[in-house]
Structures are given as structure tokens and as C-alpha cells.
Design a protein around this ligand. Structure first.
Ligand code: CO8
Length: 258
């Protein structure tokens, strides 16, 4: 966990804080950054003492996109064979909730990364955009799909076809992000939200994340089936027994994650 060049991980309470640390290029995502990031996320996902994860950058940039210098000369065949997008997609395998704590530039692959997280908390200094059109390409790691589902078709069209960037307050009003705080507070507020979530029943949290993400993948009937199965499964956990017993005994539940 400590031997990474571009990723710094801290453990605070039950939350793993993962920092992108390539400030000289606004945290541009090259293969090494992505590989280290996904390794860190997987390690945190496997730890019993961690209940939620926060990914952040610094005040100036969450990430200004994929590293343009790493793909400028690529051919279609080379970009198809590249491990870049498959590595990026590993974030979908993480079972624990992930919050993106964003400040500054959140562009291109950076916005795609934030949207691959489960919630986004931003500073007032944040700027969200998909500027790929300026490079003669389109988003390649989910931008056209996730942004459209978040902000709707017409705003997504304007952002992707004409590089409209959103300030934090606009992003909030359009439903792209959860909350906006002053720069001095956005990380602390993100950590506080993550700690609250991490203190809850871990198996129920993971089932809830899975069920909500299925709403992206499945039609309503299949999604309802999936939700019902996950709901039923939770009745074989100790935490379900504890949660309901604690309610009836008018006390706080004590979760074990079993
Ligand atoms: N890639 C590589 N280097 C970058 C990137 C980037 N995306 N963004 C910034 N940098 C570097 C600059 O080259 C510069 O380096 P140097 O000091 O060595 O010249 C340094 O960061 C600082 O940048 P600027 O001098 O440009 O700083 P400014 O404050 O003037 O501008 C901006 C900041 C507006 C963020 C500007 O740097 C910019 O427009 N960056 C590019 C944004 C962009 O186009 N992003 C999309 C990239 S393509 C993409 O993400 C496709 C994703 C597909 C798959 C994703 C999987 C993860």
C-alpha cells in the first residue's frame, strides 16, 4: 500500500482516503496512476476494518483527464489493446461505497472517474467537463453514458459536443453531485459522510450499492427481482437480526458485518 508513486493512502477511522498525487500535471491519469489507484481500492475493499472509501486529488485538481501525452500517437489497434480502459473499469468491481471528493479541475477521464464513484462531494472551486471534443475524440470511459444518465440528454450534449463546463453549483442543481462546500471544508465533509456510511451495517450497505447500480444495467422487472433477492439474502445475516432487535429494544444496534 505504501510503495506507490502516484497514490497516497491514509486510514482515518473506518474510511480509506485515497489521494491522487501527480500535481505537476493536474493528476492526469496514465496507466501507472490507474493501476496504483485500482490496487489501492482493491486492498481497501478487502479490509474488514474499512467501511467506505474516499478518492480525492488536491484543491486545484481532482484529475484533468486521461494523460494526453500517453495516447497522442496511438493507433486504433494500439488504443484497443491498451490496458487503460480495462484498468479504469476495475472500479466497478469494488463492493464498498466510494465517494469522490472533488476540487478544481474534474475533466475528461477525471469526471469519468468521479462518476464511477458512488457519490460526489465538491468544493466551490470545482469545474466539471468532458473536453475530449477539443482533442478530436469523445469520452471513452463512460462519459457519454454516465453523464447523460446524471444530467440528462440536452446538458450532456452541450457538455460533450461543445465543451460546456459546469461550476459546482450548476453541477449540484443538475444532480451530478451530492453537495458543495467551501474549499477548506470539502474534504472534511466528504470524510464525515464516508464515516457515517462506514458505521452502518456493512452487508446491507454493499447490497444497497449493488442494487442501485443494477438500476443502470437492468430493466425495471429484472431490477426489482435483483433487489428482492438481495433483500431476502439479508435475512440470513446477524446484522439484520441485530438491527431489528435493537429497534424493538429501543437501543442502538451493534453491527458486526456478519
Ligand atoms: N494530460 C497530460 N497532461 C496534462 C493534462 C492531461 N489531461 N492536463 C494537464 N496536463 C499538464 C499540462 O501539459 C502541463 O504540463 P507542463 O507543465 O509539463 O506543460 C500541466 O499539466 C499544467 O497544465 P496547463 O499548463 O495546461 O495548466 P492551465 O492551468 O493553463 O490549464 C487545464 C489547466 C485547463 C486543466 C489544461 O491543462 C487542460 O485543458 N488540460 C487537458 C484537459 C483535457 O483535455 N482532458 C481530457 C483528456 S482526454 C480524456 O480524458 C479521455 C478519457 C478516455 C479514457 C479515460 C480513462 C481514464
Amino acid at each position: 500500500m505504501d510503495d506507490k508513486e502516484f497514490i497516497v493512502t491514509e486510514f482515518i477511522g473506518k474510511v480509506g482516503l485515497v489521494k491522487l498525487n501527480r500535481p505537476e500535471s493536474y493528476n492526469a491519469l496514465n496507466l501507472q496512476v490507474l493501476t496504483e489507484l485500482m490496487e489501492s481500492l482493491k486492498e481497501l475493499d478487502e479490509r474488514d476494518d474499512i467501511g467506505a472509501i474516499v478518492i480525492t486529488g488536491d484543491e486545484k485538481a481532482f484529475a484533468a483527464g486521461a494523460d494526453i501525452s500517453a495516447m497522442a500517437d496511438a493507433t486504433t489497434e494500439e488504443i484497443k489493446k491498451s490496458a487503460f480502459i480495462p484498468t479504469f473499469s476495475l472500479i466497478r468491481e469494488i463492493k464498498k461505497p466510494i465517494l469522490a471528493a472533488v476540487s478544481g479541475y474534474c475533466l475528461g477521464g477525471g469526471l469519468e472517474l468521479a462518476m464511477s464513484c458512488d457519490m460526489i462531494i465538491a468544493s466551490t472551486k470545482s469545474k466539471f467537463g468532458q473536453p475530449e471534443i477539443n482533442l478530436g475524440i469523445i469520452p471513452g470511459a463512460g462519459g457519454t453514458q454516465r453523464l447523460t444518465r446524471s444530467v440528462g440528454k440536452v446538458v450532456a450534449m452541450e457538455m460533450i459536443l461543445n465543451n460546456r463546463t459546469l461550476k459546482a453549483e450548476e453541477a449540484l442543481s443538475l444532480g451530478l453531485i451530492n453537495a458543495v462546500y467551501p474549499v477548506e471544508e470539502f474534504l472534511e465533509k466528504s470524510m464525515s459522510l464516508a464515516q457515517d456510511i462506514a458505521a452502518r451495517a456493512p452487508l446491507a450497505i454493499q447490497s444497497a450499492k449493488r442494487a442501485i447500480n443494477q438500476a443502470y444495467e437492468l430493466n425495471l422487472t429484472k431490477g426489482l427481482d435483483e433487489e428482492r433477492d438481495l433483500f431476502f439474502d439479508l435475512f440470513s445475516t446477524q446484522d439484520q437480526k441485530e438491527g431489528m432487535k435493537a429497534f424493538l429494544e429501543k437501543r442502538k444496534p451493534s453491527w458486526t458485518g456478519n
